[in-house]
Design a protein around this ligand. Sequence first.
Ligand SMILES: *Cc1c(COP(=O)(O)O)cnc(C)c1O
Length: 446
Amino acid sequence: MIPLCDQARCEAAGCTAATCIGAGIASNDELFARSQAAIPGGVNSSIRAFKSVGGRPYLVARAEGAHVWDVEGREYIDLVQSYGAVILGHAHPAITAAVSEAVTGGTSYGAPTPREMKLAEAIRERVPSCELVRFMNSGTEATSTAVRLARGYTGRDRVVIFHGNFHGATDALLAAGGSGVATLGLPGTAGVPAGAVAETLVVPYNQVPVLDESVAAVVVEPVAANMGVIAPAPGFLEGLRAECDRVGALLVFDEVITGFRLGAGGAQGRYGVSPDLTTFGKVIGGGLPIGAVGGRAEVMSTLSPLGPVFHAGTLAGNPIATAAGLAVLGLLTADVYGELERRAQRLAALLTDACAGAGLAATFPVVGTLVGMFIGDGDAPVDFAGATATDEATYARFFHAMLAEGVAMAPGAYEALFVGLGHDDAVLDTLAERAMRAAAMTVATS
Ligand SMILES: *Cc1c(COP(=O)(O)O)cnc(C)c1O
């Protein structure tokens, strides 16, 4: 572990190291104020700014297993886990060793490597629909490449997406739509020209849309994990497969969250539906920047240099990220998934008990190793309209009560809760106690 600065040591040493993070010297407030002066909003991914829950973020000094520590030395049981990227837990020894070893051989070459070959082989072995795999640096790059590839392969422009699904910061997929009906996309954010989403159709989740021959691809989160956690309704994924086949459109599963989290075969293995293309990110990099597109060889061969659809990346297939990815996939055995699923069930159960005990209405749906949270009365939702009925104000209070007790959840009401190998039963016992106090506090302050 890298030693942290502490006040006495830093002052005594007159430390001016460029990489010094000032932990133990400055407060979260001071350091976040400095960040805000240098970085828009003080963050590099907008949700981290706490805008939807209020307050200011804690700055992480280090993390290990299930825990993160902020720059003031406060410890949190972490349910963010880099939004699921660190499935083995923070600073897992196998990842640390793989990265340390790889880094001594150079950090990027601009030439092919055996390691990226091995990671592509590891993905092919586990996900049969991925006959060929191309790497990039993020899930966002993966979804934008998949859209370009689908359009290039089919010679069509139209892309169908689902309300409440999230596919990263890809212009064509940042479309806003009405929640109950199919709508042609309007820009979902400033800076996306109308033209970029003019061919993006947004339809309700868990209903199979009727397609026509203008559709290049249907892009879907096979388990929706960015509007809470919503399982596909029986027949939904099969229906999409059949409808895509009927009109000659490609089915693209965005498995950036579900890939290698819902078992080695991802959501497609779990539900037995094969997409034409799959996007990956998060888990396959072990917490390092990575993304990938995999799919049928015939479709993937449309990518340059074999075909006419351009793709490139200076750091794509990065030797450090692929080393971490190989270490992760090597450790994710069926036993590990079984254990993670047990922990996900236990997390949902203890949170359900904590909320019920305090009289706080909430449901915690579980799909495999993924846990969601919806605050309010009623059943777990099946689509975006249902998901947005969650009580965001109460979520914000519960979030801050949990944080005060030492449990870090995502600072937004629509994110999943992530367990990893660090969340053993002792950690979950402690979490249960903290959650009970936090739920009681949430109710007391409402
Ligand atoms: C996180 C996520 C993305 C974007 O991945 P980045 O690595 O953040 O660019 C895309 N799709 C889904 C389903 C995601 O959860």
